[in-house]
Structures are given as C-alpha cells and as structure tokens.
Design a protein around this ligand. Structure first.
Ligand code: SF4
Length: 381
C-alpha cells in the first residue's frame, strides 16, 4: 500500500462524462431549481402519526423506533427532538419538510458497489438520535426542525424531482434517517414503484421491528460502525454498540446490500488491536465480501483539537482488514489514494477506477469481473 496520489487513468470519454456529472451537482448549488422555487420556510413542520409508540398512563408514551425508547410526557419531545407527544399520541415533526436536498454522486454516500457513476437524490431533515462529537453535519443534525429552513416536499415530490434529476436512487442521509422514518418509508415505497433504488447512510441505531419493515423497501445501506467498544460509543456519540451490530446482522439477513464506514479518529478509535477485532467480527458475522471504508477524520465540531487522521493509520487499518480476509477495503476522504479503487480479490485486476467522485474504467460484465468471472457483491444493473 502506498501513500501516493493515484496517477489517474481516466479516459477522455470517462473524464468528460464525470465532469458533466459534477457540473450538474455544483451548478445547482446542491438544491435542484424545482425544489428551490417552492421556497424554504424557517421552522416549517410536517406532521405524521408514528406507528411506533406504546401508550402509557397519564397520556405518557414510550417511543419504539430506536433503542433509546424514550419515555415522553404529554407536550414533550423525545431525545431526537423531532417527535412530540400530543395528548398521548406520538407524532413525527419531520414528515415532508427536509432541510437538505442535494443531487450527489452515489460514491459520496459512500457506496462503491452500487450503480457506480450514477447520482443519488439525497434528502435529510433536522435531528438525530446520536450526539457525535465529530459530526460533520452538526448544524442540521444537532438541532430541531423549528430552527432549520425547510422545504415543503412530500414523498411524491421527492420521487418526481429524483426522476427529473435523472437520479437512479434516493438517499436518506446526512443525519440519522431513522428519526425521519415515516417520511423515508413512504418515499421509498413510491420510489420503488418508479424503479428508483432506495439507499441510506445510517448509524444503525434502530429497533428490529421498524428495521425489518424498512428492509422491504430498502436496496442498500451504508452503516457507520463508529468504533468497536461500548465505551467509544458512549463517550463519543452518546450511543451504544450492541444495537448497531444487531442492525448489521439483520440487514445482511434481509438481503439488503451492505457497506460499512469506520471513521478513524486519532487517539480515539485507532487502536489496531480493536480494528483487528472489528474486522474479524465483520468477516465472521457478515462475510468477507462486505465492503469496508476506513474514512479520514478532519477536525470539526467538538473535536477541533485533534489533527486529521494520518494517512498511514488508514493504510495500517486496510492492511489489518485485508490480512483478516476482508476482500473490499477502501480508504475514504483521501482523494487520489490507491485504495479508492476496486480490485478483483481473485485475479487482482483493476475493476473500478476512482479519483474522488470521478469514476474511471469499469471492468465489470453483468456484475462479474470481466477477466476471471468472479461475481462482485453489489447492485450493478
Ligand atoms: S426515535 Fe427519537 S424519540 Fe424515538 S426513541 Fe429514538 S431518540 Fe427517542
């Protein structure tokens, strides 16, 4: 493994295609003109009754959506700040009111094994059920929909805009999508009818019941496996590891394409013995063909005192993962690194060339290595 920048082998044809894709992304400032024309409204709330709560005495409820299982009195909200008890009934306040709408390369999610070089229509509302000190979207995740500028965008409009943008998938992302579950689920149902894939980037902190329902309409998930100790989850994210591991196993069992992202935070979760344990767990429980992304941390939000992850640490993690037997191991947030590329684990030939979000050559035929015929896990057609 080298630290060097990849000398790109993008062909002129691929380069022009990729450049056109990026011109579209950045030319619209991230928000499609059709969506912007409807206007954002600060504090615009969209409500929907949640199917996931238990009624208790004195109009109290217990939320059943994520493992936090908040007990909420009448007039109060749960930990995520986007669900409210109104006279003993529990409502989502983030139904059809996203504060982030972007057309992104699917590689940005990151998905490296789902329709390479396609775009994903990406949405998020305010709120989150974690409190990660390193959150890169903290301005929208660590607030409530009362404070953000929201669009009025019901599920049918999301699907229509995704089609208009030519996106082959809709991504539920940027914040934890579990907190806008009802919006995600209804949008996903409509998208599927239109032949659009549903993909999510999630912390995996969701209860088994709603997760299994979601799996019926979800095509792919990238789950953050933030670390591999309960102590790390508790101190860095106000979360728990065990429910996340359960989610990973459920997604695999339910046949949802799965990729894993591990953000490596210097001095916090970069112990190689722990990385080794994590990789062994992935191999044994999910399979050696599960794509894993070791992602570079940059100082922000509550961890501005730490340096960016040394590239050498990411490379060591890749080496550990490959030695354990993981077949598709990537380095993220280091554009140009050789480990952005996909190689065939069988014949070692280059299968997908990448340079940041640019896609170079693709040497696949019907989801198989075009040289030796080994099938690649993922969604290719
Ligand atoms: S989804 Fe929100 S309200 Fe429900 S248990 Fe999780 S944090 Fe609490």
């Amino acid at each position: 493994m080298t630290d060097g920048v990849w000398k790109t082998t993008l062909s002129r044809r691929h380069f022009l295609k990729a450049a056109a894709r990026c011109a579209f992304f950045f030319g619209v400032c991230g928000i499609p003109a059709a969506a912007r024309a409807q206007g954002e409204k600060k504090g615009f709330i969209g409500t929907k009754l949640s199917p996931y709560f238990l009624s208790l005495n004195n109009q109290r409820i217990q939320c059943q959506l994520c493992p936090r299982e908040c007990l909420v009195a009448n007039g109060q909200r749960g930990f995520c700040g986007v669900r409210e008890n109104r006279e003993g009934k529990y409502y989502s306040l983030v139904y059809g009111n996203p504060c982030a709408v972007h057309v992104d390369p699917i590689e940005k999610k990151p998905f490296y094994h789902v329709l390479p070089a396609s775009t994903s229509f990406s949405i998020a509302t305010a709120g989150c059920n974690f409190r990660c000190k390193f959150c890169q979207n903290w301005e929208i995740s660590q607030t409530t929909p009362d404070e953000t500028y929201n669009l009025e965008l019901p599920p049918e409009k999301v699907v229509a805009l995704a089609k208009k943008a030519g996106s082959r998938s809709i991504a539920y992302t940027y914040v934890e999508p579990t907190i806008f579950y009802e919006y995600m689920f209804d949008t996903a149902q409509l998208a599927r009818k239109e032949g659009i894939l549903n993909v999510c980037h999630s912390n995996g902190f969701i209860n088994p019941g709603p997760l299994k329902e979601l799996c019926q309409v979800l095509d792919a998930a990238n789950i953050d496996l933030k670390g591999f100790t309960e102590e790390y989850y508790s101190s860095m994210s106000h979360g728990r590891l065990a429910p996340v591991l359960r989610t990973l196993k459920t997604l695999k069992k339910e046949g949802v394409h799965l990729e894993i992202t591990n953000l490596m935070v210097p001095t916090k979760n970069d112990n190689m013995d722990t990385v080794k344990k994590m990789c062994a767990w992935i191999k044994n429980e999910l399979g050696g063909d599960t794509p894993v992304h070791f992602s570079r941390f940059y100082p922000l939000y509550k961890l501005r005192n730490l340096p960016p992850t040394p590239v050498s640490t990411l490379e060591k993690s890749c080496k550990v993962a490959l030695e354990i037997g993981l077949e598709y191991v990537y380095i993220g947030n280091v554009p140009g690194h050789i480990s952005e590329r996909t190689y065939c684990p069988s014949c070692q030939k280059l299968l997908i060339g990448r340079l940041g979000y640019f896609i170079g050559e693709i040497n696949l035929s019907k989801g198989k290595c075009k040289y030796c015929g080994k099938p690649l896990p993922g969604i290719w057609a």
